[in-house]
Design a protein around this ligand. Structure first.
Ligand code: SF4
Length: 481
């Protein structure tokens, strides 16, 4: 085929971040109990570019723990026409340094950088970034954009017709349409797991490979700290049940993967859709062969749905409980209550599943009373695993505007994450106080004798799991002391 291009798809070397997750961009090396999710954004790019006849090279340098020299050696030997990589708010400056070095080696290789921060990015911030070696920025859902972009670049089509990108013309950056979302999620080929190193992405408690299945996109809520409505839209788009089942079967039969995480911003929101998916998992017998986890809001939610999820192989539900302060729950516009959280936790436990609870502290209006409410709520909920984030005002969120108004932003809005946000603190508490509170609470929560005994008792026949808990316990102590 004419116009076959060599395309290198990478996560660059450096600290581990969930580069494929526009919403959370989680810091994995400092996280209490989370592991890297699969690089589905690279995998989707690989399968869809190969469909167009291109040759691809895919490697996740950060998760493999490889060095910049190893990346450079691969770059020299593969000599690509295009390089596509994902960045995060936290890693952007390090990533740009690496890309600048690659650009100097082969200036003709076009560099495409994807990240949530580029979604309709303000011209002033754009101009402040050292982007001289970068050809294209993708801020929309790259899975649906990358192949279109490369086609347009090759055929000299109008780049302005490719949605969700920022491109250079006459040395000026130009933005295209950002409020565009692909409706037909089944139109994507599955992530190319032949190219992905599936063994890198593991379930923390068992160490077994886990695949991420993108089940739906978008969220109809508008929590002030969350990037999802901005990047994936406020209308939820679902994949068909048969398309999801086909992908699970492919993972199971071709790659021997038996663990799954359903990536969906609000997995349980449509009770009928969840019911159909669970019914199909049971009908096909997959529920006896696989285990899976999903995230959920604490409302709307009912026991019937949770019970069915458990019957279909779900072992863990991750909830954004967010806060124990009724005032904060109202002001973050999550539309959940303390009672919703307690009810969700109780129903999940009764249905036989474990709970991963996520909390956020450090909103601009918070003082020690709000933090104390959250601490009490954390113990009330008694989740199996918890993580505590510090509110990071991502550019484009309502929280960013509030942080600006309240004068709590620290320097550049970029460079931060949920453990080291780009804030001075709240109006009443320093960032140092927030970090200390988080560390103290995590240590106390996980090192309670009754917590340790309950984990050991629950897994008394599974030495592997107990060993992994010890491993994560040591990591937690190292990271927090
Ligand atoms: S419910 Fe809120 S936090 Fe969850 S995905 Fe939707 S907007 Fe984001």
């Amino acid at each position: 085929m004419k116009n076959v291009k060599k395309i290198m798809l990478i996560y660059p070397p450096g600290k581990m971040y969930q580069r494929g997750e526009d919403r959370s961009q989680g810091n994995i090396f400092l996280s209490a109990a989370t592991t890297m999710r699969a690089c589905n954004d690279l995998g989707y790019a690989a399968s869809n570019l190969k469909k167009d006849g291109h040759d691809v090279f895919l490697r996740d340098y950060q998760t493999e723990g490889l060095t910049r020299d190893e990346l450079i050696a691969d770059f020299r030997s593969y000599h690509p026409h295009y390089l596509f990589t994902s960045t995060t708010d936290a890693t952007i400056f390090d990533d740009l340094q690496i890309l600048s070095q690659l650009n100097q080696i082969y200036p003709k290789c076009k560099i495409i950088l994807k990240g949530a921060l580029f979604f309709d990015l303000d011209q002033q911030i754009l101009n402040s970034l050292p982007l001289s070696g970068i050809d294209y920025l993708i801020g929309g859902e790259s899975d649906f954009i990358i192949a279109r972009l490369i086609k347009a670049d090759q055929c000299k089509e109008k780049l302005s017709s490719v949605p969700g990108i920022i491109y250079k013309e006459n040395k000026q950056w130009h933005k295209t349409e950002f409020k565009w979302w692909e409706e037909n999620l089944d139109s994507l080929d599955f992530p190319d797991r032949e190219q992905m190193n599936n063994r890198l992405y593991i379930r923390p408690d068992t160490g077994e490979p886990i695949a991420t299945i993108s089940a739906s996109r978008g969220c109809s809520y508008n929590c002030i700290f969350c990037l999802t409505p901005r990047i994936s839209g406020t209308r939820i788009r679902f994949r068909s049940i048969s398309n999801i089942i086909d992908e699970i079967n492919s993972c199971y039969h071709r790659h021997g993967i038996k663990n799954f995480f359903f990536k969906a911003d609000t997995f349980t929101l449509d009770k009928n859709w969840v019911g159909q998916l669970c019914a199909e998992l049971i009908k096909t017998g997959l529920s006896d062969k696989i285990q899976w986890a999903a995230n959920s809001r604490t409302n709307p939610l009912d026991f019937e749905t949770l019970d069915l999820m458990h019957s279909a192989g779900c072992w863990l539900v991750a909830y954004g409980f967010e806060s124990g302060s009724p005032e904060t729950l109202t002001r973050i516009e999550k539309q959940i209550s303390i009672a919703d959280n307690l009810r969700a936790a109780q129903m999940t436990t009764e249905a036989g599943m474990e709970i991963y609870g996520f909390f956020v502290i450090g909103f601009p209006w918070e003082d020690y009373r709000h933090l104390a409410d959250t601490e009490n709520h954390i113990y009330q909920l008694n989740s199996d695993f918890i993580e505590i984030h510090i509110a990071n005002p991502y550019y484009g969120t309502k929280l960013y505007q509030i942080a600006q108004q309240e004068n709590v932003l620290e320097g550049n809005v970029l460079g931060g994450d949920y453990f080291s946000p780009t804030i001075k603190g709240t109006k009443y508490l320093s960032l140092k106080a927030l970090k200390n509170f988080r560390k103290r609470l995590l240590l106390h929560y996980y090192l309670r004798p009754e917590y340790i005994m309950s984990r050991i008792y629950r897994n008394k026949k599974n030495v592997n799991k107990i060993n992994n808990y010890i491993k994560y316990g040591i990591k937690l102590i190292k990271n927090t002391l």
